[in-house]
Design a protein around this ligand. Structure first.
Ligand code: ADP
Ligand code: ZN
Length: 432
């Protein structure tokens, strides 16, 4: 049931002792880098100043901009000879950051990915098809090596080429896939086109959904249409990549591996810790990284800690599914909206398809939101009244949740742009 029982079920106090010892080491290691060396000098800090886990607050927060400003080697804590691998972020919000790993870093990362997959029930008898981009993006190689370590047969399919993906699944009896949720929804139309039913014509059992925010509704949809269990997988390149936080079979929040990371949740405005259980920005510290330790990293991802123990017996803290990044928030007529709120509402309306796009425009002094939604093709043949009813229903649903009235346009399936990577949900045409 456990990949590493002792570590996964370690009582809280022992886990904290382990974290403290590792934090001290991490601070010591980090001080060898240009960035932290300078920072510690300025703030008069060294590992002797870390006497309890609380002392982590003495360390200033690290941001994505710090990584960008000290690009590429300013965070290196070892000589370049020690490095064996480089990865980078996807660059969703600007210049991509780069992360360097030693052989031990890769070993630890691989282990938490294997541990995460094992937690969901994947075993060495499984055939694992990795449908993420290979290369600099961490979702490819990160999962690849984790699955190999677990002993599964890995099909390194990479992203895209949808028909071939389905063919591979059928030819080699794929049982587990790693896939971006928006792509999993898109792939359903390709299944349909090929006349293949994922429920009866494949042996799929497990999907790992990661790389972008998605709602519980989307997960349910994917589970239903594919006839599988889908587990939320969270990670970011700055903290290795996938394997940082992962759902167990209870599917009630994602466990963050606290033997590898220290978890904090802060208020993104005041930078103060939020009370336990309240929403805020996730801040993470690496505990086992040699090449490029990163301390108190502001992930920009919004979530909250789920208080209390998990029925699975693992003691590592759980976080709720990510609501979005702080910079995903749209401000429209003074109202704050996250794209995932819209996704959640749409996925709940029968007849809605698998893709949508939010378009923002400014007319005079007014901001306008248009939500373009793919709906099932039946709505476009026959009685157009039904289409109009559906449109009205969507407007009402959205209005009830986001408190402004968006313009809703319904379009045929497949007509919105489709990305092989993270979905682009918002086009903001408002000039600065
Ligand atoms: P970038 O930050 O440029 O997109 P990464 O490829 O490192 O580069 O992506 C990490 C980010 O992707 C996370 O910080 C988070 O915003 C998002 N992400 C990853 N997995 C999930 C998930 N399961 N749910 C929601 N968001 C996720
Ligand atoms: Zn659990």
């Amino acid at each position: 049931m456990y990949w590493e029982k002792e570590t996964e079920t370690m009582p809280g106090n022992r886990l904290e002792e382990l974290q403290l010892a590792r934090l001290k080491k991490s601070v010591e290691k980090a001080s060898a880098s240009v960035f932290y060396g300078g920072l510690f000098k300025k703030t008069n800090l060294d590992s002797n100043g870390i006497k309890s886990l609380e002392d982590i607050k003495k360390i200033p927060l690290t941001t994505k901009d710090d990584l960008r400003e000290h690009w590429p080697y300013g965070f290196l804590a070892v000589s370049r000879d020690e490095l064996v691998r480089m990865h980078s972020s996807s660059g969703t919000t600007g210049r991509a950051t780069v992360i360097f790993h030693t052989i031990d870093d890769i070993k630890e990362w691989t282990n938490i990915v294997a541990r995460s997959m094992y937690m969901t029930g994947m075993r060495k008898s499984d055939v694992f098809q990795n449908m993420m981009t290979y290369g600099l993006f961490t979702g490819g190689l990160g999962f690849h090596y984790g699955a190999e370590k677990l002993g599964a047969l890995v099909i390194p399919a990479g992203a895209g080429n949808s028909k071939r993906q389905i063919q591979l699944m059928q030819d080699f009896g794929t049982t587990a896939i790693h896939i971006i949720p928006s792509y999993a929804l898109h792939l359903l139309s390709v299944f349909e086109e090929m006349g293949v039913d994922p429920r009866s014509d494949t042996q799929l059992q497990i999907a790992f959904l990661g790389a972008e925010p998605h709602s519980e509704k989307t997960r349910e949809k994917i589970e239903e249409f594919y006839g599988i269990k889908a587990y939320n997988s969270y990670g970011l390149s700055e903290m290795d990549g996938p394997g940082v936080a992962f759902e167990c079979r209870r599917q009630n929040g994602m466990h963050i591996w606290e033997d590898n990371f220290i978890v904090e949740i802060i208020n993104p405005d005041t930078l103060e810790p939020v009370p336990d259980g309240e929403e805020g920005e996730l801040v993470l510290t690496t505990l086992l990284r040699d090449g490029m330790p990163i301390l108190r990293y502001r992930t920009k991802d919004l979530t909250r800690i789920i208080p209390g123990p998990c029925e699975c017996g693992r003691t590592h803290v759980r976080i709720e599914r990510i609501k979005g990044r702080t910079d995903d928030m749209l401000i429209l007529k003074g109202v704050n909206i996250f794209p995932i709120q819209i996704e959640k509402k749409l996925m709940d309306v029968p007849g809605v398809g698998t893709n949508f796009l939010i378009i923002l425009e400014r007319k005079g002094f007014n901001d306008h939101m248009t939500v373009r939604v793919e709906v099932q093709k039946e709505f476009f043949s026959g009685d157009l009244k039904q289409l109009e009813n559906l449109r009205r229903r969507i407007v009402e649903e959205l209005k009830g949740d986001i408190l402004i009235t968006p313009k809703v346009e319904l379009v045929e399936p497949g007509s919105l742009p489709k990305s092989e990577g993270k979905a682009v949900r918002v086009i903001d045409n408002r000039e600065e």
